[in-house]
Design a protein around this ligand. Structure first.
Ligand SMILES: [Zn+2]
Length: 495
């Protein structure tokens, strides 16, 4: 594998500006500098790892010292070019600032820059990870940057722009390098597969590009491992197996198992199978959560995101498949899965068996909650209602006044008592307080009506709820009555 790594990594490292992918801004600016013969003495390359900073620094160094340059490109054939390619040039010094971060290292460098170039025209210093330099080292470097010898070019490279002192930045021309998008990496990997005669499909390319996370170097590195793992057959199915990802079909099925109560047994079959196959159930839970989140993004037409773990080809398929599924259901489910995943991480269960048992219990709980008239919306409303009833009761006991926002809907039996204009017994209200879920909100209003000596007949438009209201009906009634209603917690401070 290591040999393979060397082959791909070295073989495809760009040796010309034109071969660098996606960093057009930096390449364009450097090309213009050569065209106009305005070469700076200090450059700073800023950007994430593995996107071509050092590669471009080397091409720049080559072009500066090339004996037979071709326009803005080096020849890559002369002695200077080949020495730089091999890393044996005396005129190009690559320094890892992370391991040479002290002031003494920079002082040594300052002594060193006084010497003229040996073979070429320029001495080029490439300082990688330059943000690692100490404060004193930066100060020492600044002195050199302020008065650089004419034959010296500094190329500083960093992944952490904010750690570079302003005084240094002001002495350098800055070039910003960007993460390479998945689709660009995908095309690049495809071109390499063709050259290397690897088998592949679109999904396989997607996963390789995806694992590269915007870095060409990481993409190539993963591709090398993938070539070994799949024996040069870079298909989506093999890649998914390699990275332990199940693909959208598995997650779609699990979602259907949860939403369709007749299929719920399949959830537990799946968990058992995954457990038997030795699949990481915690990672699976996270991947399922990502899938649900992706569905929400797809619904909101925000799916064309770099971070999405779904190949482009599958996005439209999912959009069609889940067009009818309501957003609220998805959000609630995603929230539940998120909490399950969080608890799994917190509990640090010792074995995969414990994880499986925990997940089984959590999924059963999830299914039970789904069987209720409403999972969270209704409960939230009921909670508000409980507080409101408690507040009203408190007020009744206090000054017999009723907040204007008190719910209004007399139950038949109450209405009858209202018609008889008899004051209701407080005891009944106490019962309501003890079990607000059994009490239609109407009771509160009947009290209100009695207090003001009005009757149910003065509200002819009111619905007449049936006795023994079923949970579904109850939910409907509550939704109608309290939809959009806000409860001010300050109103109930004394509870
Ligand atoms: Zn050359």
């Amino acid at each position: 594998m290591n040999e393979n790594h060397q082959v791909l990594f070295r073989k495809y490292r760009p040796q010309f500006f034109r071969d660098v992918i996606y960093q057009d801004l930096a390449v364009g600016s450097l090309s213009n500098a050569f065209k106009s013969k305005k070469i700076g003495h200090a450059y700073i390359f800023i950007g994430p790892r593995g996107v071509g900073k050092t590669t471009i620094a080397r091409i720049l160094a080559k072009r500066l010292n090339c004996e037979r340059p071709d326009g803005v490109e080096p020849c890559n054939e002369c002695l200077s070019c080949t020495e730089i390619t091999k890393g044996i040039s005396n005129d190009v010094l690559e320094i890892d600032a992370a391991s040479n971060s002290g002031v003494d290292n920079v002082r040594e460098l300052r002594e060193n820059v006084k010497f003229n170039a040996m073979g070429g025209r320029y001495r080029v210093y490439i300082l990688d990870e330059v943000h690692m330099l100490s404060g004193a080292a930066f100060n020492a470097l600044l002195k050199t940057l302020e008065e650089p010898p004419p034959h010296v070019v500094f190329i500083l490279a960093t992944t952490e722009y904010h750690k570079i002192p302003e005084t240094i930045l002001s002495r350098c021309q800055d070039f910003h390098f960007k993460k390479v998008p998945v689709n660009v990496l995908q095309q690049y990997v495809e071109s390499l597969c063709v050259k290397e005669n690897f088998k592949f499909d679109a999904e396989g390319l997607f996963w390789i590009a995806k694992k590269g996370d915007g870095s060409v170097r990481d993409t190539l590195s993963f591709m090398e491992q993938a070539v070994v793992f799949t024996d040069g057959n870079l298909t989506g199915a093999k890649l998914r197996k390699m990275i332990g990802y199940h693909g959208i079909d598995t997650f779609s099925e699990l979602l259907s198992d949860i939403l369709d109560s007749s299929r719920s047994a399949k959830i537990f079959e799946k968990l058992e199978n995954f457990f038997q196959e030795g699949i990481d159930l915690i990672k699976f839970t996270w991947d399922f959560l990502e899938f649900l989140n992706s569905l929400l993004l797809i619904k909101d037409n925000l799916a064309d995101r770099e971070s999405l773990n779904i190949p482009q080809e599958d996005l439209q398929k999912l959009k069609t498949q889940y067009r009818e599924l309501d957003r609220e259901t998805l959000v609630l489910l995603a929230e539940n899965i998120f909490l399950i995943h969080e608890k799994l991480n917190q509990m640090k269960l010792r074995t995969s068996y414990e994880v499986k048992v925990y997940l089984e219990i959590q999924y059963r709980k999830l299914l039970l909650e789904r069987e209720k008239p409403s999972v969270s919306g209704l409960l939230a409303r009921l909670s508000d209602l409980t507080k409101q009833i408690q507040g009203d009761i408190g007020n009744l006991h206090g000054n017999e006044s009723i907040p204007a926002s008190a719910p209004a809907k007399p139950a038949p039996e109450q209405k009858q008592s209202v018609a008889a204009a008899k004051p209701p017994e407080v005891k009944k209200e106490t019962t309501a307080l003890e079990n607000p879920f059994d009490l239609p909100p109407e009771k509160k209003e009947s009290k209100s009506i009695d207090s003001s000596h009005s009757t149910g007949a003065t509200n002819p438009n009111r619905e007449e709820p049936k006795q023994n209201t079923s949970p579904m009906e109850m939910e409907k009634l509550l939704k109608e009555k309290f939809s959009g209603m806000e409860v001010d917690p300050d109103q109930f401070k004394n509870i």
